[in-house]
Design a protein around this ligand. Structure first.
Ligand code: NAP
Length: 158
């Protein structure tokens, strides 16, 4: 199963030029719990924000160039092909950012989306998923640091 995990605001924004503009400790915990279950695939810009692997599974980094990566990360030059060929009986998390989500949305089976209320003036956005995915579950609205949000799961329409 190919799962995306992301937190977005009301405009589908996921980051501004400095990074993620909100601080939601509960969402960070949720995210860490989820991604520890399987290998992860991230874009190069997301990779550079991390000094070490984010779980004890494979940490793949999409990059078109031949860069030397930090220990514990593995480069993937053709991520769509990589996911096409990924063992479908196993799971993988695609963790962003915007560029990678945009180029791989067609490969996704499920989207784990933390929906945050409000406009955080983001400059990077999650692609429009409304046509191909339907809501499978959502939590009640939670509040953290005065920010309202909920956890949702979308599945690809049959
Ligand atoms: N809100 C959230 O849940 C969330 C989640 C993750 C990240 N973020 C934020 O998103 C921001 C980064 O997003 P971003 O869009 O700038 O960058 P990104 O998607 O992390 O990385 C983009 C880079 O990944 C590589 N890449 C992407 N698609 C590729 C493809 N199809 N084939 C080969 N390589 C590919 C390219 O690297 P090369 O240039 O090396 O070729 C590209 O420049 C950060 O601020 C991060 O904090 C937010």
């Amino acid at each position: 199963m190919i799962r995306f995990i992301v937190a977005i605001d009301s405009k589908r924004g996921l980051a501004d030029d400095k990074g993620i503009p909100w601080n939601l400790p509960e969402d960070k915990r949720y995210y860490r719990e989820k991604i520890k279950t399987a290998p992860i695939l991230m874009g190069y810009n997301t990779y550079i924000e991390h000094d070490s692997p984010m779980n004890d599974k494979a940490n793949y980094v999409a990059t078109r160039t031949d860069k030397l990566l930090k220990e514990g990360f593995t480069a993937v030059t053709h991520p769509a092909k990589f996911l096409d060929e990924f063992d479908q009986t196993k799971d993988i998390w695609v963790i962003g950012g915007a560029g990678l989500f945009d180029s791989l949305l067609d490969n996704a089976d499920e989207l784990y989306i933390t929906k945050i209320e409000g406009d955080f003036n983001c400059t990077k956005f999650f692609p429009d998923y409304s046509e191909d995915f339907e809501l499978a579950s959502q939590t009640e609205t939670k509040t953290d640091n005065s920010i309202n949000y909920r956890f949702t799961i979308y599945k690809r329409k049959k």
